[in-house]
Design a binder for this molecule. Structure first.
Ligand SMILES: NC(=O)c1ccc[n+]([C@@H]2O[C@H](COP(=O)([O-])OP(=O)(O)OC[C@H]3O[C@@H](n4cnc5c(N)ncnc54)[C@H](O)[C@@H]3O)[C@@H](O)[C@H]2O)c1
Ligand SMILES: O=P(O)(O)OC[C@H](O)CO
Length: 326
């Protein structure tokens, strides 16, 4: 199965490197000419994954039509660009492995719902979990969820992309895998705020736990299974992203906690902090479903500049006391 990688940010490059490292010729589509040039001539993605040598068997192109002969695509563009990129992919019913973590603005659709709308003839899978790109690209041990309703497709994809250091686990719960990845980015912003404002480790642990309760409530309302939300793509990724400034979402939150504005922090950045886009869409989707997500709402207020850090923290702490399972 020849796999084409669509998107050459940090994550697309790390996945391409994982596949290409064992000698397989691998083709990656990059939007930027300088990224194509950097991968081709220096075997490095200097813009999005600097300092990590890439396999010479990895070839980059700016021309999506060159991917026509691939048998499956790993689609690794940011969530808000998925629809446009899928529309521009060469026609064909190849399986799509969706790797973005987010919810689409305007529609409130999960990534697999966008893919089904744009390419109804293509089977869909989702790849999501606790996976910092720079660690995967260096060959450090990583486990990840691969979700597909069609078990045979899921197992064929796993057989193709698994490596000794890169272990995909199968589930048929596509919505569950996507909800975890989308919601954890918003919660990571909240944990970054705790770090930036110096609120302490107890507060961070409380946010992870109560954030996970929000993720679970929302996921169950979207038809996800609790076991998926408690797995690699949910709790696993939540713990990773809420623990490290290697996370762009956590770093964004840290800046907010230090008193900088979201507009300032997001201006001119080339890399993506998906939680900033997902937060308001998630808040609206939760409201439609009648799901209470106070931490997500607090992140939205901060991102919009509607309230100070101290105000949103005070509001969260003054909520009525309740049972833990509610
Ligand atoms: N970086 C990681 O560690 C990591 C790990 C797992 C999942 N992800 C997810 O992968 C997705 C891609 O993130 P990344 O880290 O590879 O990106 P990145 O921040 O490294 O790079 C930005 C990407 O956005 C693309 N882009 C910018 N404008 C675009 C447009 N108009 N149309 C299409 N593409 C455009 C760029 O070409 C580039 O590929 C995100 O949803 C992210 O949450 C990232
Ligand atoms: O840097 P972040 O916050 O986008 O997180 C990257 C990955 O999603 C971690 O699994």
């Amino acid at each position: 199965m020849k796999i084409g990688i669509v998107g050459a940010g940090a994550w697309g490059t790390a996945l391409a490197q994982t596949i290409a490292a064992e000698g397989a010729q691998t083709l990656i589509w990059a939007r930027e000419a300088d990224v194509v040039d950097s991968i081709t001539t220096s075997h490095e993605n200097r813009l999005f994954l600097p300092g990590i040598p890439l396999s010479p068997t990895l070839r980059a192109t700016q021309n999506l039509a060159e991917l026509t002969h691939c048998h499956a695509f790993l689609v690794v563009t940011p969530a808000q660009h998925l629809r446009a990129v899928l529309s521009a992919l060469p026609a064909g019913g190849q399986p799509l492995v969706l790797c973005a973590k987010g919810i689409e603005e305007g529609t409130g659709l999960l990534m697999h719902e966008v893919a089904r709308a744009v390419r109804p003839g293509s089977p869909v899978a989702v790849l999501s979990g606790p996976t910092f790109a720079h660690e995967v690209a260096r060959g450090l041990p990583t486990a990840i969820t691969l979700a597909a309703e069609d078990r045979d497709l899921g197992e064929r994809l796993i057989a193709r992309i698994a490596r000794p250091h890169f272990r995909p686990y199968y589930t048929d719960d596509v919505a569950g895998a996507e909800v975890g990845g989308a919601v954890k980015n918003v919660l990571a912003i909240a944990c970054g705020v705790v770090e930036g404002r110096g609120l302490g480790q107890n507060a961070r642990a409380a946010l992870i736990s109560r954030g996970f309760a929000e993720m679970t409530r929302f996921g169950l309302a979207k038809g996800a299974r609790a076991e998926t939300l408690a797995g690699l793509s949910g709790l696993g990724d939540l713990v990773l992203t809420c623990s490290s400034t290697a996370s762009r979402n956590f770093s964004l939150g840290k800046g907010l906690g230090e008193g900088r504005s979201a507009a300032d922090l997001l201006a001119d950045r080339r890399t993506v902090a998906e939680g900033a886009f997902t937060a308001p869409v998630l808040k609206a989707a939760a409201a439609r479903l009648g799901v209470d997500m106070p931490i997500v709402s607090a992140v939205c207020a901060l991102l919009a500049g509607e309230a100070s850090v101290d105000t949103v923290v005070g509001d969260l702490l003054s909520r009525p006391l309740r049972s833990e399972g509610d």
